[in-house]
Design a protein around this ligand. Structure first.
Ligand code: 5GP
Length: 191
């Protein structure tokens, strides 16, 4: 998506450890015109996929998930809650997720009553890097017996390989911008 690529080039900042900082428009201050365009585009890509719920993780996936929902007939958005330690609680699905940006492991939980075998979920997130967050959400889907409609991402860091591993398994992954390389010389997007 050209609008997003242009914005990353203009305002994205490359930080140590392969982290792209996009807090002026994507995950701290949110540019709602951009979010609306991203939501419309991802919704169009999955409009025939039979999506009943959108699944994401707090906090930075929620904004995009809500915009996609608006363009997919307002299907419910369910977000995984992050906990430092596992609360043994029979009323929730839970899975460990390793955080790339914080270098730590979280337990992510979703209440069982919000996800069932009748659901077909679209996973949405702001970034896809190694794929840990997506794998965690897929694990929760399989605990619920729900099916996966696909994965919709704003920024995929292609050089970390998470997205391509999922595609190799036949999973539909749609990313609005895929970065194949980023360093002090600039950012190279996948064509
Ligand atoms: P993964 O689980 O695929 O390794 O990483 C995806 C998660 O880590 C996303 O939920 C996102 O919040 C965070 N993340 C990964 N890479 C970056 C990055 O370069 N910049 C920012 N801002 N967040 C990232």
């Amino acid at each position: 998506m050209q609008l997003l690529k242009d914005r990353i080039r203009k305002d994205g900042k490359i930080k140590e450890g392969n982290v792209l900082k996009v807090d002026s428009f994507l995950n701290h201050q949110l540019d709602m015109a951009l979010f609306s365009a991203m939501g419309r585009q991802l919704a169009a890509l999955f409009s025939n996929a039979g999506v009943t719920k959108i699944l994401t993780v707090e906090a930075s996936g929620i904004g995009l998930a809500c915009m996609v929902s608006q363009y997919l007939g307002c299907v419910p958005v369910v977000f995984g809650k992050k906990h430092k330690t596992l609360n043994r609680d029979a009323s929730v699905y839970s899975t460990p997720i390793f955080s790339f940006t914080h270098n730590t492991q979280y337990e992510v939980t979703i209440a069982r009553r919000f996800l069932s075998e009748k659901d077909k979920a679209l996973i949405v997130d702001d970034f896809l890097a190694n794929g840990e967050a997506v794998h965690g959400l897929m694990d929760i889907l399989s605990q619920a017996g729900a099916s996966l409609a696909g994965i919709g991402i704003a920024v995929e860091k292609g050089f970390q390989g998470g997205g391509d591993k999922l595609r190799a398994r036949g999973i539909r992954v749609e990313s609005l911008a895929i970065i194949d390389r980023m360093d002090e010389t600039g950012i190279v997007f996948r064509p």
